[in-house]
Design a protein around this ligand. Structure first.
Ligand SMILES: Cc1cc2nc3c(=O)[nH]c(=O)nc-3n(C[C@H](O)[C@H](O)[C@H](O)COP(=O)(O)OP(=O)(O)OC[C@H]3O[C@@H](n4cnc5c(N)ncnc54)[C@H](O)[C@@H]3O)c2cc1C
Length: 410
């Protein structure tokens, strides 16, 4: 059994720690933050095993004018960031060709098919399943044309094993009577579910692992250097630590560790927002996504969380008031009973331009394993990623073909 350092206390890092502890390793978690305090905090919490369609699908080109110039577009670019973003954006658009997009969709589907297996056993931890709400996600279309143009991607999902059923006006009303009658079509994804508090889930998981002996060094790691029989880590304060294996799960901040290990990985962020409407959770019974506006309304503990949108704009902490306003007013249009929100949040999805995560050993050494870049799917893919990480550390063959997620694919 080995000493393993896990960098990052989000869905990916904590799930990796879970599977490593299960194999009997001694795990030390490194993070200046507590469990689930970064991007894993404010997401929509959906177990979206149907979401094998990358954001950059071939429709991106057709929709580009609307995305760039419409006031209700959920996709924005921070123009000041464009010089830095340009190479990533070029690759993002190149990956929107039908062939590349189908490749990414298939590779995502193969992870998503195993996503529940990654959580099944973990959910028996005391208190963890109390966050699971077994209500399927309903995706709503206010415009018949956009439902029509979603058909090819729905057909691709179906061919990749995703199960769903369609509803029209009356059916939607029966499912969610408080929604305004503005949605002509809805698609409900069978077998999906959601978490009533993603951070609460990670806190309980973390506490159970601390009880099992997991250590937590409350510091950021500055650098790592693979050596013959292990990995040398230097933290922010300049203190040196050692581990036999190191797992890089630092979300959108993982790129520097890949560079230190000789891998040039084009990791950037898709910024996303949420607003919370306190005390409103009884208005809907399931996650309701508004397709054209790019966000979900989710009945979480403490209120409806309206979460989503994509802003390409790096790490700056400034929030985009237009996107916060778009989410707020759109949620109020969809659910007329909603009051003013009492809080909002900005998070940084770790995203590669082909929409696939990086999961695999570094070029410098098999003792450094990467697990980052889960874009819109880190909640859903945490468990299965953790199981793959444990396989890599143990030298076991993974049941999943890992080639599509290789750090050397770029
Ligand atoms: C608006 C929005 C809605 C979303 N909805 C969903 C959804 O419904 N379903 C879904 O599956 N996914 C969803 N996602 C995506 C999901 O939230 C992310 O993919 C996931 O949180 C990424 O987890 P992570 O562990 O990789 O990163 P994080 O949660 O960001 O964790 C990374 C950790 O690494 C730490 N770290 C950084 N640098 C260092 C360092 N140098 N040393 C040590 N530690 C370091 C950070 O402090 C942080 O705690 C959504 C995202 C957004 C923004």
């Amino acid at each position: 059994m080995a000493d393993v350092a896990v960098l990052g206390a989000g869905f990916i890092g904590l799930s990796s720690a879970y599977w490593l502890l299960r194999d009997g390793h001694r795990v030390t978690l490194y993070d200046a933050l507590g469990p689930g305090e970064a991007t894993s905090y404010g997401n929509a919490g959906t177990f979206a095993n149907y979401a094998c369609i990358p954001v950059n699908n071939p429709d991106v080109f057709r929709n580009l004018p609307r995305f760039l110039f419409s006031a209700t577009s959920p996709l924005r670019i921070r123009w000041g960031y464009l010089p830095h973003l340009a190479p990533w954006l070029a690759r993002f658009l190149l990956n929107a060709t039908p062939k590349r997009y189908e490749h990414s969709a298939k590779a995502l589907a193969s992870l998503l098919t195993c996503a529940f297996e990654g959580y099944r056993e973990m959910l028996s931890i005391d208190g963890l399943s109390s966050f699971v709400r077994e209500r399927e996600c309903l995706y709503l279309y206010s415009n018949a044309d956009s439902f029509k143009s979603a058909q090819p991607s729905l057909a691709l999902r179906r061919s990749l094993g995703v199960r769903f059923e369609h509803f029209e006006h009356d059916g939607i009303r029966e499912l969610e009577p408080n929604l305004a009658p503005i949605f002509a079509h809805g698609t409900m994804f069978n077998d999906s579910w959601f978490l009533s508090d993603p951070r609460g889930f990670l806190q309980v998981l973390y506490e159970s692992m601390v009880r099992q002996g997991m250590q937590h060094e409350r510091t950021a790691v500055r650098s790592l250097e693979p050596q013959k029989s292990g990995v040398r880590l230097v933290d922010e304060a300049g203190r040196v630590h050692g581990a036999e294996h190191t797992i890089v799960c630092a979300g959108a901040l993982s790129g520097r560790f890949a560079r230190q290990c000789g891998d040039r990985v084009p990791l950037d962020t898709e910024r996303g927002y949420h607003v919370r409407f306190p005390g409103t959770s009884s208005l809907i019974s399931r996650p309701c996504g508004w397709a054209e506006r790019g966000f979900y309304m989710v009945p979480m503990d403490g209120g409806i969380r309206a979460a989503g949108t994509v802003e390409l704009g790096g790490f700056g902490p400034q929030k985009n008031p237009e996107l916060l306003n778009l989410i707020t007013t759109s949620a109020q249009e969809a659910l007329p009973g909603l009051p003013q929100p009492d809080s909002n949040w900005l998070g940084f999805r770790p995203s590669l331009p082909d929409g696939l995560p990086v999961v695999g050993a570094s070029s410098a050494s098999p003792r450094v394993v990467y697990a980052f870049g889960h874009q819109h799917l880190g909640v859903t893919l945490g468990g299965v990623t953790g199981s793959v990480v444990a396989d890599l550390v143990a030298g076991r063959a993974s049941p999943i073909d890992l080639e599509p997620y290789s750090p050397r694919r770029f």
